[in-house]
Design a protein around this ligand. Structure first.
Ligand code: SAM
Ligand code: SF4
Length: 473
């Protein structure tokens, strides 16, 4: 692993001129060029920034349809029908920064502030476990009072909480303020899965305009957060853009430039990419009228193009989007989905999905985990997965990417999805979901031609029916 000098960290590797030139050169691509690029994407080796710029600027709907169908095929080829499910857990809405788009901004006097105690965290976790969750994303405001030791305490509180027969959180990912390398080293000791940090916008001027106070005003400190995490040994890192702040075409190219920079420095790109769109948030006027709002059609296009450009990077879809629209996006290459989410601290103990006086932003899909599962099983034929096998067996970072790229992942992810889904059906599902889920598992088993895999999987499913839990390959 190369260590980056402080010197290099003083310069942004996002070269706006290069990105704008790339967009200019690839404007109005000819049909033949788009067809060729989509064909290349089907080889699943990714796309260059130039090729991506051409796809982003295609205006021919017929060609868009070609991209959508290639994105669907690539998703199925690499990830199969599985869909990893998780829930966010908001630990604190206290924040010292003033991001113009966020309800947690320090300047928002209307927000009721709350930081969960370790006991309150345990109570929230218990509720989530009783609904069947196994993977959580912990989310925190960025308060100067929070340090790495406290983050570790909160994560430990999650891992040590158990409920019922199989209620446990097996993987905690975190979305928290950028730390220094020593802070990340401490964070790593807590056994987190992925460290997420979204740049929000890679456009320097826009970044300056929307970050009005606190540590987050420092573009470079944030831009190199994932470098520092990697240096500290956290090899699953995740990036994202908050769409609506600046031109989405520029932002997609910048995301790819960031991914390429990580790959060059550390031999591994981001584990996942998130693409939140700005949702209304109390006390954040910008969130009601985002300056570069992305419409539904363009948003579908950008998700499909990301799938073509970085085929092996997980794409995460949150409950910011509505149920119907999420169904559309799922088909285009999303591999992870949050479900049954709330966006304020202590929310899982409350009845209301949306509580403007406490929450970060408004949720578009307020269905329960079980309702989401029923929907994706019956309407899309997807296999909900709670698998945490790779992370727990050390298959992370470039090791994970190596597996994914050789398509070997099918031999782990697919059976593990079925095993963890079976566990969910036994312990947490409603009757309708259990019936639909068991039928799906039967159909999947019927498709296996490899006798050894079929026998091993059948044996695992029988063991789960008999009471065994937490089986994974
Ligand atoms: N405070 C930390 C930070 O800013 O990185 C981590 C948590 S922050 C709550 C997580 C993400 O929420 C942000 O990175 C941003 O992309 C997203 N977000 C903020 N305001 C939003 C809004 N109004 N609608 C949708 N997403 C929003
Ligand atoms: Fe604070 Fe994060 Fe919201 Fe900015 S996005 S105000 S840093 S919680």
């Amino acid at each position: 692993m190369t260590h980056i000098t402080a010197n290099i960290r003083q310069r942004s590797f996002i070269d706006e001129d290069v990105l704008f030139d790339t967009l200019a050169v690839n404007r109005n691509p000819e049909q033949k060029l788009v067809v060729d690029i989509v064909e290349k994407a089907r080889l699943m080796e990714g796309l260059s920034i130039s090729e991506t710029a051409a796809l982003l600027q295609n205006t021919d709907r017929e060609m868009d349809a070609l991209m959508f169908s290639a994105a669907r095929d690539i998703k199925l080829a690499i990830y199969g029908k599985r869909m990893v499910l998780f829930a966010p857990l908001y630990v604190s809405n206290e924040c010292s920064n003033s991001c113009a788009y966020c309800g947690f901004a320090a300047t928002n006097a209307e927000l009721n502030r709350k930081t969960l105690s370790l006991d309150e965290i345990r109570q929230e976790v218990q509720i989530l476990e009783e609904r069947g969750h196994k993977r959580l994303l912990l989310v925190y405001g960025e308060h100067t009072r929070f340090d790495a030791d406290w983050y570790v305490d909160t994560i430990n509180a999650v891992y040590e909480t158990r409920s019922g027969k199989s209620g446990e959180i097996r993987r905690v990912n975190v979305n928290l303020a950028p730390l220094d390398v020593n802070g990340f080293k401490k964070l790593r000791t807590s056994g987190i899965g992925t460290y997420q940090c979204f740049q929000e916008t890679y456009h320097h001027e826009t970044y300056r305009k929307v970050h009005l106070g606190g540590r987050k005003t420092d573009f470079l400190w944030r831009l190199f957060a994932l470098h520092r995490a990697q240096e500290a040994g956290i090899d699953d890192v995740a990036m994202g853009v908050l769409f609506g702040l600046y031109d989405y075409k520029f932002e997609v190219l910048a995301l790819l430039a960031h991914a390429a920079e990580l790959e060059r420095e550390f031999g591994v790109g981001p584990h996942t990419i998130s693409f939140p769109r700005i949702e209304p948030a109390l006390g954040a006027p910008l969130s009601f009228q985002p300056p570069y709002a992305v419409d539904d059609y363009d948003f579908m296009k950008l998700v499909a193009i990301l799938r073509l450009a970085v085929p092996y990077t997980g794409l995460i879809l949150t409950t910011r989007e509505t149920a119907d629209y999420r169904r559309e996006l799922l088909r285009l290459g999303v591999s992870q989905l949050s479900a049954g989410s709330r966006t304020y601290p202590g929310a899982y103990q409350e009845a209301e999905a949306n509580l403007p006086s406490k929450q970060q932003f408004t949720i578009g899909d307020t269905r329960s985990l079980d309702e989401v599962i029923y929907d994706i099983v019956t309407n899309l034929g997807y296999i909900p997965s709670f698998c945490t096998g790779c992370y727990r067996l050390g298959r992370t970072g470039d090791h994970f990417m190596g597996l994914a790229k050789s398509a070997f992942i099918h031999n782990y992810c697919w059976p593990n999805a079925l095993l963890t889904f079976k566990e969910y059906l036994m312990d947490y599902a409603t009757e309708a979901t259990r019936d639909a889920g068991n039928k799906l598992i039967e159909n999947e088993l019927a498709t296996i031609t490899h006798t050894e895999i079929k026998n091993k999987l059948t044996e695992g499913l029988v063991r789960i029916e008999a009471g065994d839990r937490d089986l994974f390959w």
